[in-house]
Design a protein around this ligand. Structure first.
Ligand SMILES: C[S@@+](CC[C@H](N)C(=O)[O-])C[C@H]1O[C@@H](n2cnc3c(N)ncnc32)[C@H](O)[C@@H]1O
Length: 219
């Protein structure tokens, strides 16, 4: 899937640098392509792999499982030593993800919770090194408020699709029926960018990724 925020030639060049996938990861990529399931783009997957490895992340909470692709990529990046808890509200996606995760041999590492994240999040116990927001774009602020306390100090919240095909940056690209999502996303980005306990960087790869580091308390 091509995004609209990065020069096409540059995006193609970067993608060509990424080694081809194999096994279940490749199968999931093919399934997503054939069935129009929106999974993280290859360059975003690679970027997050680096973040996970460089920060020695060992626990991840994800909102929006889809077919279990990102959860599988993250588990592999943690070298199967970590844990992913992921939430999905679509029953068909939940079933497909469960099969894929079993096929990958990651049942012990990935726990899929079925339901709307707004209902499921308050029941999730424990804290995480990384939280990945990749579900309904109009609800990031709500997800954030339910997640923030579950993020360890020194942890990272990753918000995907935050530049939404260029619409967030400029009204020139906004489609009328998307105006509510656009307004909410702009407000969310302003909020996480100015949050006193977060250091946020908005990165123009894929459809836009925001990385928010939760500052450690003063020692
Ligand atoms: C972009 S896809 C997730 C892709 C996945 N993270 C990946 O990269 O492989 C978004 C998913 O979030 C799910 N979703 C949307 N709103 C949700 C909510 N409120 N609670 C739980 N899941 C939700 C959708 O059903 C969809 O499968």
């Amino acid at each position: 899937m091509v995004s609209n925020i990065v020069n096409e030639l540059v995006e193609e060049y970067i993608r060509n640098m990424i080694p081809k996938s194999s096994g279940i990861i490749y199968e999931m990529e093919e399934y997503a392509r054939e069935n129009n399931v929106p999974i993280i783009q290859p360059e975003v997957a690679k970027f997050l792999e680096v973040v996970i490895k460089a920060s020695s992340i060992k626990s991840i909470l994800e909102i929006g499982t889809a077919i279990g692709y990102s959860a599988t990529v993250f588990t592999r990046a943690m070298n199967i030593k970590g844990k992913v808890v992921t939430i999905e509200k679509n029953e068909e996606m939940f079933e497909i993800a469960s099969k894929n995760i079993k096929k990958a041999g990651y049942e012990k590492n990935i726990e899929i919770k079925f339901g709307d994240a707004v209902d499921v999040l308050p029941k999730i116990e424990g804290k995480f090194d990384m939280i990945f927001l990749d579900a309904a774009k109009g609800h990031y602020q709500k997800f954030f408020s339910l997640c923030y306390e579950k993020l360890n100090d020194g942890g990272i919240i990753v918000s995907d699709n935050v530049l939404y095909k260029g619409m967030i940056a400029s009204n020139k690209y906004v489609k009328r029926r998307k105006i509510t999502i656009v307004k909410r996303m702009r407000k969310y980005l302003d909020y996480i960018s100015k949050h006193p306990n977060l250091t946020t960087s908005i990165i123009p790869i894929g459809d836009g990724v925001a990385l928010s580091y939760k500052n450690r308390e003063e020692l």
